[in-house]
Ligand binder design. Structure first.
Ligand code: ADP
Ligand code: ZN
Length: 732
């Protein structure tokens, strides 16, 4: 038999099918093959009777790598779709479908020794064969008789190694190896699952979804409307019907609280796929899904590739979240992948959010998704009251600090009442840059076109792009003066200010710096939930999903921060972020309030976010998008050229730009825009960055996009990396 093999090397030169000989392999198996005189891992993606190559030159597959088929035929179809849709290399796609450590054999099944009785005799008979004073041995036998096979480590700890060995020598007890699954968060404390009666809005949502098992739904429910309960009920039904489910949540919302809820309801049927797991845990959870032991796969973006068949439902919570779009190789859109898998499996798809992406809401309003609205919080709890504070007024009245008078006042009240507050600022570090007041020098990263952020805790300057560290300046390297001005305040400095204002109040901080360790963010959220601190300061990490009943005040320190970028998505993102952060306040009995500080208090985005008026925002923004031809009314394509040799990038770009210009003449009506430029982030990690930006009508995409991909695949310089992105989330 001839097998078509993709070698597991991520390079365009080898991104094609190679033929190998062998017998008895299944398509989807990982194998070792001889490639360019090296033993190389690969994937069998097809089989055939004959090859077009000289049969004598076709090499034999060396051996299989696993004793199972790693990639199902269904996943191979998905891979084909992704390759075409996103212009990806086979190897990069297939790598997404298996735990990373399976490659190069870096993870194995964990086996442990188990002890059991080696005889079928009754307990009395066995005991009578032992000396009356051999108490340990007698206890051990009695234990095994009652409990059955037990791990050797447990037996050793309880009865000692001596007793065990003696019994093995006597032939009464035997040991054997068994495979044990490593379970993440094994020790979560679970409460018995609460049987909750669904509220009418939840019941309506569940009924609507279950009425059509092939539908696509958008569940638009305000923060605290009880969407989670809807997801759980739906999954319960699907699992009871014998089908499997995938539930996706943004990485940061994947907290033990969420996992507990799932385990309380579904026990061992839940498997978690998460970057924070150890290699062994990830491998074992993946196997449990593949073998059908786990019926529900929950995880961040990559869990959409759960090796599951017979899927009945795919749920994407917080569907607007930008983490669902991978913006590095391999680039893909999780919703589109989920959609493909749902159709493949005859499953339904539920997208949920309090602030749906404009694209999804537009699709729902135009019949492509069924819209389900949950407009009220659970038990008619009011949405928090949002006060917009005009910071220009604060400055004029002499308050130059980061906290407005109103925020200070309300923070004081909240602390006095014993409640909790969350302060949101999407800027980590101490201050955003360090500038010489004499000559204007600003400290920048040597590898990136990025100014360095001041970090006081370890007294360093850090590049937030590549992570490089530098000593803090005591003298300007340019004019040798030592007078510096610092940029905008970051989360570290907020905590310092709070500590000065309220010396007795415990403050926690959650940002990329405090959550680097495994389970770092879990520890912070846990401590805050337990009331170990009264204030939580954080970046957008604190915006998502969390349900803290004692939080009655949310302060948004810089409401303008993401608003005034030139990026067409910045208004939508700001609206989502503010609505989500505000939604953390007043989720329990005590009403909540929100202070939103801004220098542009009349901006419609902030006004409507303050009223949590999604629909008005949607109408306004979608009209703008239509008038200016932006997604969902057009498709944006960016071709990104990066490389250490600037001129090579420019030459490569210029050549391909000429070809795309030709394409434009052919499809002049479909090209709304075409231009080439340096990227706003001119250089990153030593590489120069250039781009071609294209805006296309939706009319002939299936014809034009493959031609653009072909142009990008044309004559290439090895010093330049080229990537194409469709509707990128980030245009920097
Ligand atoms: P959302 O995800 O829509 O923001 P959650 O699912 O977190 O909202 O629900 C908000 C709160 O309401 C949670 O504390 C949840 O336990 C509670 N809740 C949800 N459904 C019910 C119900 N049917 N009865 C009582 N409480 C509920
Ligand atoms: Zn850098």
């Amino acid at each position: 038999m001839i097998y078509s093999v993709i070698v597991d090397l991520s390079a365009s030169e080898v991104d094609r099918i190679y033929d190998y000989k062998g017998e008895g392999y299944s398509v989807g198996t990982r194998v070792l093959v001889n490639f360019a005189n090296r033993a190389t891992e690969g994937f069998i993606v097809a089989q055939k009777e004959q090859s077009d190559y000289d049969p004598d030159k076709i090499k034999e597959i060396i051996r299989p790598l696993d004793d199972f088929v790693a990639i199902s035929s269904e996943m191979l179809q998905l891979g084909e779709f992704m390759r075409k849709e996103y212009h990806l290399r086979w190897a990069d796609v297939l790598r997404l479908f298996i735990p990373a450590e399976m490659r190069k054999n870096r993870v194995k099944a964990l086996s442990k020794k188990q002890v059991c009785l080696a005889t079928n005799d009754s307990l009395d008979v066995i005991l009578s064969s032992l000396k009356p004073n051999a108490t340990m041995q007698r206890d051990l036998v009695t234990f095994l008789y009652a409990e059955g096979a037990t791990l050797a480590e447990t037996i050793n700890a309880e009865f000692g190694n001596g007793a065990l060995r003696a019994l093995i020598d006597k032939g009464i007890v035997a040991t054997h190896e068994i495979v044990v699954r490593r379970t993440p968060y094994k020790d979560l404390k679970l409460k018995p699952a609460e049987v909750r009666e669904l509220l009418p809005a939840q019941q309506h949502a569940v009924d609507t979804v279950l009425a059509d098992r092939h539908g696509k739904y958008l569940l638009h429910g305000v923060t605290g409307s009880g969407k989670t309960e809807v997801y759980l009920t739906i999954m319960e039904r699907i699992v009871a019907e014998g089908k499997n489910c995938i539930m996706l949540v943004p990485e940061i919302s994947l907290t033990p609280a969420v996992l507990s809820q799932l385990r309380e309801r579904f026990g061992d049927s839940v498997a978690l796929l998460h970057s924070g797991l150890s290699a062994g845990e990830r491998y074992d959870e993946w196997l449990r899904i593949k073998d059908g032991e786990a019926r529900i796969a929950v995880g961040a973006r990559s869990a959409v590739f759960a090796p599951m068949s017979n899927i009945g439902a795919i749920i994407i919570d917080e569907e607007h979240d930008s983490s669902y779009i991978s913006d590095f190789n391999p680039r893909y859109n999780t919703q589109e992948v989920a959609n493909f898998r749902a159709e493949q499996n005859g499953a339904f798809l539920v997208l949920g959010s309090a602030t749906p992406s404009l694209g999804s809401y537009y699709a729902a309003r135009h019949g492509k998704l069924k819209l389900i609205e949950m407009p009220e919080r659970i038990n008619k709890r009011p949405l928090p009251k949002v006060e917009i504070v005009d910071m220009t007024v604060e400055t004029r009245s002499g308050n130059r600090g980061i906290f407005s008078r109103s925020l200070k006042q309300q923070l004081g009240d909240t602390l006095d009442k014993g409640n909790q507050a969350m302060l949101f600022l999407n800027r980590r570090g101490y201050s955003s840059f360090m500038m010489c007041t004499k000559c204007g020098y600003v400290a920048k990263c040597t590898d990136c076109d990025v100014s360095l952020t001041v970090h006081r805790e370890d007294n360093m300057l850090k590049c937030h792009y590549c992570g490089k560290h530098y000593y803090i300046l005591d003298k300007c390297p340019n004019c040798h003066e030592s007078s510096f001005r610092q940029g905008k305040i970051g989360t570290q400095q907020i905590v310092q200010l709070l500590n000065e204002m309220y010396p007795d109040v415990k403050v926690l901080r959650m940002d990329a710096d405090t959550t680097q360790t495994k389970e770092g963010h879990v520890k912070i959220l846990d401590a805050f939930a337990k009331g170990e601190a009264q204030i939580l300061v954080g970046t957008q990490m604190i915006a998502k999903g969390h349900d803290f009943p004692k939080v009655t005040l949310v302060g948004i320190l810089d409401g303008d921060q993401s608003l005034h970028y030139s990026d067409y998505l910045s208004t939508e993102r700001t609206f989502q972020l503010i609505t989500q952060v505000a939604g953390r306040s007043g989720r329990d009995k005590d009403a909540g309030s929100v202070v939103l500080q801004t220098y542009t208090p009349t901006h419609y985005c902030l006004q409507l976010a303050a009223r949590q008026d999604y629909f008005s925002f949607y109408k306004r923004e979608i009209n703008l998008r239509e008038a200016s031809a932006f997604p969902p009314f057009a498709e944006i394509i960016r071709i990104l050229y990066t490389g250490e040799k600037e001129q090579d990038c420019i030459d490569q770009l210029t050549e391909q730009y000429a070809e795309i210009t030709n394409l434009k003449t052919k499809y002049s009506l479909d090209f709304y825009y075409l231009d080439k430029m340096r990227c706003p982030l001119k250089r990153a990690e030593k590489k120069y960055r250039f781009q071609i930006l294209i805006k296309l009508s939706k009319n002939n995409l299936t014809e034009i996009i493959p031609q653009i991909y072909d142009i990008c695949d044309g004559k290439k310089r090895s010093s330049v990396q080229i990537s194409v992105e469709r509707n990128p989330q980030n245009l920097s």
